[in-house]
Write a protein that binds this ligand. Structure first.
Ligand SMILES: [Zn+2]
Length: 97
């Protein structure tokens, strides 16, 4: 699998099975990437890939993609993605703090 530098990937459990594992795989391949976590349809929080808020997969019964995750190796495409959809976002105080 190849991914361009500006690839934006969406991970959400509604779309197909094994989204959670695909998302974890993306995090591992993009340790310095960025993730938008959609809290609601119109509000998101921007995280870095390694943030504990989005990358804690210690509980196998919890799916991290229950809430939509939008991922990119760089933050600019994610900001554009959100703007196009009228989604307001804030930076996570933990990983950007
Ligand atoms: Zn964070």
């Amino acid at each position: 699998m190849t991914e361009s530098a500006t690839a934006v990937r969406e991970f959400h459990d509604d779309e197909y099975r094994d989204t959670h594992n695909d998302y974890i795989g993306w995090l591992r391949r993009n340790p310095r990437g960025f993730v938008l976590n959609l809290k609601t349809q119109k509000a998101a929080v921007l995280h870095e890939s390694g943030c504990m808020h989005i990358a804690d997969y210690s509980d196998p019964d919890v799916s991290l993609t229950d809430k939509r995750k939008v991922c990119s190796p760089t933050s600019a495409p994610l900001k554009a993605w959100a703007t196009e959809r009228g989604i307001t976002w804030t930076r996570c105080g933990t990983c950007f703090g």
